[in-house]
Design a binder for this molecule. Structure first.
Ligand code: GCB
Length: 594
């Protein structure tokens, strides 16, 4: 999927701003034809989650249907073009109507939704869009949902959260990322996929697969703009695709200390006339696992950083560009070189920034805490669909170095997982992900409770461990915690003989709470726990990284275990440093190696 650009061939209209909003508590909107029009109850900002914006109106814990409406003017610039709508994400399910016409439906949040709306747009006139968004999840969806009844039936009443959720982050609802109307020419470049490889220290090659939509034979011209020597190539396209290989001498690689981006200019030509043009940022780099090492451009690299969340007061999961700038500047300040998009794909703007700043990303699917007593064929299908959509969107980002098609499956632990079904499931997910991209390693973070026989280990190129010795286990006892951590790491390393990254370790910490002895929730305890873990992890030659849980405090569903937020952040929810931030900054001073 191509990011939107504007040029002489393509226009883009941002329709973010204030939208009319109505809550549909009884799910009667469709029967009452609210898609034609409705009287709004409130005005709401897009992008942004409804929960905190309209907290005073009772929406903090709302799970259900809500309706959005907006009018927008489409100018004559759009005549004789294909016209599309793109919603970068509506969480979790959405249905769209334009001028009363049903356009389409999308199941699953966190990734863009796109439909051709050429036939129902009125040019030179005001048009209206109505979107119904629903944030309820169930056993078939990714992520899976849970209902209060399920807790009762499963005898887990004390674990029930409000709103009910199967995961430890707040189920924010709404149109959380921008909405655009955009145009392309009638014959156009639909998609471009660029694979890069390094031939020797000087030379690299690009393999470019282009999808087009055309009614006759066109040609496609490729020009790489940037350092080194390369010549433009022209490929003859059929009505659907064109392929091209390019080589570059004296090329400048994309690397952490020099995240150099080329511009690839792609033109669709009718004879010699350019009918469409797209420009894509390309970073030339190679990621490899060799033995127990992670190599970036042939050099060993050790990942230092965090599991993060898209989460901020008032915004909820709404996109905020200033927050992206702030978070990257803090990542740089603390000497981190990477993060994981736990537990879902982040807005593509995060990856654009990572490409520019030279920060590495483990890109994750929202298959978080899958419950294998509840997974159905539909769950697997939705899961695969997510992987396909993620790779379609993110394949071209040099910052993305690993796919995580899940996190912590089966934390409830039962035989429907270890009887071979878990292995079959993850095998299928692993092979499917590889079939879409065999250039990036795959990892599925394992939950402490799922144990050392978790089938995700077999189905990962890199083993990822989420471990909470010193917190959920051996609380307050750091000495025992570290001994148990080392024993388990060594056991897993020996059993699977694969590189290991510790993708989660941490301690909830109340900023301003202090103590001279090891006391949970104090800044000193978090700082000491992280320091001991880093020392241990860095002492092992089979480890390739350490990601602290979490970059910042984040909001969770209500439960007696959490004081409003998960407090394992090294920064507070509003990004003030806790003591541990200064500790990590020192430990990570030698940024890219152990
Ligand atoms: C985990 C989960 C993460 C939680 C974290 C915690 O293992 O992957 O989503 O937030 O533990 O703090 O309990």
């Amino acid at each position: 999927m191509l990011n939107l650009i504007q040029n002489n061939f393509r226009a883009k209209l941002d329709i973010c701003g204030f939208w009319d909003f109505k809550v549909d508590n009884d799910a009667i909107g469709e029967d009452e034809k609210w898609y034609d029009n409705f009287n709004s109850d409130f005005t709401i900002a897009v992008p942004g989650s409804w929960n905190e914006q309209l907290e005073a109106e009772g929406l903090m814990n709302f799970m259900g249907d809500a309706w959005y409406k907006k009018e927008f003017f489409v100018s004559s610039e759009y005549s004789n073009k294909n016209i599309f709508i793109k919603i970068d994400s509506a969480d979790y399910h959405s249905k769209i109507w334009i001028n009363g016409n049903f356009i389409g439906e999308n199941l699953g949040g966190f990734l863009p939704i796109e439909f051709d709306i050429s036939k129902c747009i009125n040019i030179n006139m005001v048009n209206s869009i109505i979107v119904k968004v629903n944030n309820k999840l169930n056993s078939d969806t990714i992520p899976q949902g849970i209902e209060s009844d399920d807790y009762v039936n499963e005898n887990r009443i004390r674990e029930e959260t409000y709103p009910p959720a199967r995961f430890d982050f707040f189920p924010y609802g709404g149109i959380n990322r921008p909405v655009y109307i955009y145009s392309t020419p009638k014959e156009f470049i639909k998609d471009v996929k660029v694979s890069t490889s390094i031939i020797d220290s000087n030379t690299a090659s690009l393999k470019i697969d282009t999808k087009i939509s055309a009614d006759k034979l066109y040609s496609v011209k490729y020009e790489l703009i940037g350092e080194g020597t390369t010549k433009p190539e022209v490929a003859i396209a059929n009505s659907e695709s064109a392929n091209c290989d390019m080589s570059i001498d004296n090329c400048r690689l994309w690397d952490l200390d020099d995240p150099y981006l080329y511009k690839l200019k792609i033109q669709l030509l009718d004879d010699l006339v350019v009918v469409d043009e797209y420009i894509l940022n390309v970073g030339i780099r190679e990621v490899k696992i060799e033995g127990n090492n992670l190599l970036l451009n042939g050099k060993k690299i050790f990942l230092k950083g965090f599991g993060k969340h898209e989460d901020f007061p008032v915004l909820g999961k709404g996109l905020s560009l200033p927050l992206i700038v702030k978070d990257f500047s803090l990542l740089k300040w603390i000497n981190a070189n990477s993060f994981r998009t736990s537990h879902y794909p982040y807005a593509e703007e995060w990856l654009d920034y990572a490409d520019k700043e030279g920060i590495l990303v483990i890109d994750e699917i929202p298959a978080v805490s899958l419950d294998f007593r509840k997974t159905t064929d539909q769950t697997l299908m939705n899961h695969k669909n997510f992987i396909k959509k993620l790779i379609d969107r993110d394949y071209n980002h040099p910052s993305v170095i690993m796919w995580a098609p899940g996190n912590e499956p089966n934390i409830v632990g039962d035989k429907n997982y270890y009887d071979g079904s878990g292995e079959k499931y993850w095998n299928e997910i692993y092979n499917y992900t590889k079939s879409l991209d065999d250039s990036r390693p795959i990892t599925i973070p394992n939950c402490q409770r799922a144990g050392v026989d978790d089938p995700v280990f077999k189905n990962s190129d890199v083993i990822s461990l989420n471990r909470y010795y010193g917190w959920y286990e051996n609380p307050g006892n750091l000495e025992t915690a570290i001994v148990r951590m080392e024993t388990e790491m060594d056991l897993i390393a020996e059993k699977y003989n694969k590189p290991i990254i510790i993708t989660e370790f941490g301690a909830d910490t109340v900023a301003g709470q202090h103590s001279v002895s090891d006391q949970m929730f104090t800044e000193e305890y978090q700082s000491k726990l992280l320091e001991l873990y880093c020392k241990l992890i860095e002492s092992k030659d089979y480890t390739i990284g350490e990601h602290v849980w979490n970059f910042a405090d984040f909001k969770t569903p209500q439960h007696f275990r959490r004081v409003v937020n998960n407090l394992k952040g090294v920064f507070t929810r509003t990004r003030d440093p806790k003591q541990a931030a200064f500790t990590l900054k020192k430990i990570w001073a030698n940024t890219n190696s152990k």
